[in-house]
Design a protein around this ligand. Structure first.
Ligand SMILES: O=C(O)CCC(=O)C(=O)O
Ligand SMILES: [Fe+2]
Length: 303
């Protein structure tokens, strides 16, 4: 598979970044975040995984070798460990790092904020667990088309551990039809899995992959014995609409299997990392499996 293009050298050139994002559908930055900050979050998550017996007995927390108890997200046995991860303040603070808010604000051309549903992925080895099928985030996130996703490896992710791959140029395909599939999200976009423009990298903590809501992407199978740990966050302009959740707005990922923020944030120093700024307006959700979803106009992608 082709390599992702590293845009670190043009990090401060917003015009070049916008052009790359519209043409390729993604931006990749090596070491955008201090690796020490990411390592600290991983250490806190590793502690939770160890205390939940998700790590093989006798292996070090660094290696994250999976035990039999490590399960795919959403399965029975998942929510104890995941709730503890979701109550980890340092994990949520990653999402509102100035490097990420600054980058997304520059790209959007106005102030951005992070959706509070910050996602942590703990991907067990395949074939026991299925990798995230290829998809476009727009069907899941909705609201406005110009929502940007960042994907961050929290542990080293060489291709064999099944990190993210993106289909460069795919935003020009518009909102694609979907079929039911196994793995996180449970639906697969109708796109060419073998296209030569699929790209990935051997990721390291501190690296950041950013993409648009129409960019087709998915995870690769985890062919190691280790857990793959990563984070994904969503950013939008304060002036743009956000999709209302069925049970309210700005809830945690997997709420209500994961308790709401008043419980998760007990004892935190600050809850601003999980708050939606005042003035954001909300729109209803559509059924994400609908065949015909019109492609709204984007400030980045002409369709
Ligand atoms: O990490 C994964 O397996 C899926 C991530 C993803 O789909 C995303 O970041 O939008
Ligand atoms: Fe996604």
């Amino acid at each position: 598979m082709k390599e992702l293009t590293d845009s670190s050298a043009v990090l401060h050139d917003t015009a070049v970044l916008r052009t790359r994002l519209s043409e390729d559908g993604y931006l990749f930055f090596r070491e955008l975040l201090p690796s020490g900050v990411v390592d600290d979050v991983r250490a806190q998550i590793a502690r939770i995984l160890s205390d939940s017996n998700w790590l093989a007995p006798g292996t070090s927390a660094d290696k994250l070798i999976a035990s039999e108890r490590a399960v795919e997200e959403g399965s029975p046995g998942f929510f104890g460990a995941y709730t503890a991860i979701q109550s980890t303040e340092a994990f949520h603070q990653l999402a509102v790092r100035p490097e990420l808010l600054g980058l997304t604000s520059r790209l959007l051309g106005e102030e951005s904020f992070a959706h509070p549903a910050h996602i942590c992925r703990i991907a067990p080895p395949s074939p026991g667990a299925s990798p995230t099928p290829i998809h476009q985030d727009y069907r899941f996130i909705q609201g406005c088309i110009d929502t940007l996703t960042t994907w961050l490896p929290l542990s080293a992710a060489p291709p064999e551990i099944g990190g993210l791959r993106v289909f460069a140029g795919s935003p020009r395909l518009g909102v694609l039809p979907v079929r039911a599939a196994d793995g996180p999200g449970m639906m697969r976009a109708e796109a060419d899995e073998e296209h030569p423009e699929w790209r990935t990298a051997s990721y390291r903590p501190g690296d950041v992959l950013l993409f648009g809501s129409l960019t087709v992407h998915g995870a690769m199978p985890n062919r190691t014995r280790q857990l793959r740990v990563s984070a994904d966050f969503r950013y939008q302009a304060v002036s743009a609409p956000m999709a209302r959740d069925v049970l309210g707005t700005g809830k945690p990922h997997y709420h209500p299997d994961v308790p709401d923020f008043p419980t998760l944030t007990r004892g935190w120093a600050s809850t601003t990392s999980v708050e939606i700024p005042p003035g954001v307006h909300f729109v209803d959700r559509f059924d994400p499996r609908l065949d015909e979803v019109p492609t709204p106009a984007s400030r980045f992608f002409a369709s």
